[in-house]
Design a protein around this ligand. Structure first.
Ligand SMILES: [Zn+2]
Length: 425
């Protein structure tokens, strides 16, 4: 009996012709694999903005079916070395924190944790260079319809589903606007206040002293203080197969344009043109006050040349009903809500600055002949040298390796310093 006949027998009693099944599968494949189109535009004032465009990464090297893309913006300050270093190392550091050989679902599931490890590892490595600059990072990984965004600082990523709903996928880590972050910085030993000028009057936004940084999280900024942490806010969403547009940009854009205006200004245009237009709009409204960089990434259904415009919600009574319900949902906390039921599915969101909370207790301990792998930098060290994270604030050997996650001495020291405990040692 031929393969085809066997398949036909298995399909009874529904009797779907094999050809139909195959074409259905092909269609599903098209649905599962969106096309990515992107454009970039920038205007430099200080030359400290950098970006990363990597549309052809692979989860398994040499296997094109495991492809994903990465896009990022790095807005440097006090020099450009932190931005350049992060651009060159962050992606590899994130990927090295994902176990080898895991399938797609698991890969996406461990990605938020790997992003945290990769950000912290990159920060530690940059610190070791002894340079003093810092950078914001907004780092976006797109795998199929799943979008994962990790960010520190105030470069933003917004999502436009083209249905009249624009959502923010990042959180601004600005001391001025983030009470929680102000409290954390103060509790960890930093001082938060405005700049004092002659006569004692205070000017400008809230800053962290010493150093005078307006941000509460970044990579670098070794000279400011360890309470300026590199632990990213991470959000993971799954788009419907109608697709969506991401606009990733430095604060040069967002200080000039509200998210919805930026999205509206370029709707219906191809990504390349859209990025140019957003920069132009920002310039028109505010002038060139800062480095201004914009990436536009369209996640498009297969075979569409540009992102299709879906009807606005007020034209559809059913969807406004669903929106109404969603807005009243008490479980939907915070102002950063995704109200696009049926369009965007929220998979994960976590923004805690506490490393232990971000790495999780269930992290598998990678034990290899008496060696344990550090959950942050992925270095194998003898179990007697590192420390289990669940042991106390003072040094004690990780005698119980089941109490993961495990950190090497350097990463453990970094963890304590970020929590304001370094002076105890
Ligand atoms: Zn380590």
């Amino acid at each position: 009996m031929s393969q085809v006949e066997v398949s036909k027998m298995k399909q009874r009693p529904s009797l779907v012709p094999l050809g139909a099944l195959i074409s259905q599968e092909l269609r599903n494949d098209k649905v599962e694999k969106p096309t990515i189109r992107y454009g970039q535009a920038a205007l430099a004032k200080k030359g400290e903005d950098y970006f990363l465009i990597n549309p052809d990464c692979q989860r398994v090297q040499g296997d094109p079916s495991t492809s994903f893309s990465a896009f990022a913006i790095f807005d440097g300050h006090n020099g450009n070395s932190a931005a350049i270093f992060t651009k060159e190392n962050l992606l590899n550091n994130v990927l090295s924190a994902i176990p080898q050989g895991v399938g797609r679902e698991e890969w996406l599931q461990v990605l938020p944790r790997a992003l945290v490890a990769g950000f912290v590892k990159t920060d530690i490595e940059f610190q070791q260079k002894g340079e003093t600059s810092g950078t914001t990072v907004t780092f976006v990984v797109i795998d199929g319809w799943t979008v994962t965004v990790a960010s520190v600082g105030d470069s933003r990523c917004i999502l436009d589903t083209q249905a009249g709903v624009v959502s923010l996928l990042t959180v601004d880590h600005r001391l001025e606007e983030n009470v929680e972050e102000r409290e954390r910085v103060t509790a960890s030993g930093g001082e938060v206040g405005r700049l004092n000028v002659y006569g004692g009057s205070e000017v400008g936004p809230l800053r962290c002293w010493p150093g005078g940084l307006c941000l509460s999280r970044s990579i670098g900024d070794t000279d400011v203080g360890e309470f300026i942490v590199p632990i990213p806010h991470v959000k993971q969403v799954k788009l419907s197969n109608a697709g969506g547009r991401l606009i990733i940009a430095s604060d040069g854009i967002w200080d000039a344009l509200p998210s919805d205006i930026a999205a509206q200004s370029c709707r219906g245009l191809p990504a390349e043109l859209a990025a140019k237009l957003v920069v132009k709009e920002a310039l028109r409204s505010r002038g060139l006050k800062d480095d201004t960089t914009c990436l536009v990434v369209d996640i498009i259904p297969y075979d569409y040349p540009i992102l299709p415009l879906t009807p606005r919600r007020k034209q559809n009574p059913l969807s406004s009903l669903i929106f109404g319900k969603r807005f009243q949902n008490p479980m939907n906390k915070g102002g950063n809500k995704l109200s696009t039921v049926g369009v965007v599915q929220e998979l994960f969101e976590e923004g805690s600055a506490v490393l232990a909370e971000r790495l999780g207790k269930d992290i598998p301990l990678n034990s290899n002949g008496g060696l344990l792998r550090c959950a942050v930098c992925q270095v194998d060290v003898p179990s007697t040298e590192g420390l289990s994270m669940s042991s106390g604030p003072f040094f004690s050997p990780a005698s119980k390796p089941c109490e993961g996650p495990f950190l090497c001495t350097i990463c453990r020291k970094k963890k304590d310093a970020m929590e304001g405990k370094s002076h105890l040692q």
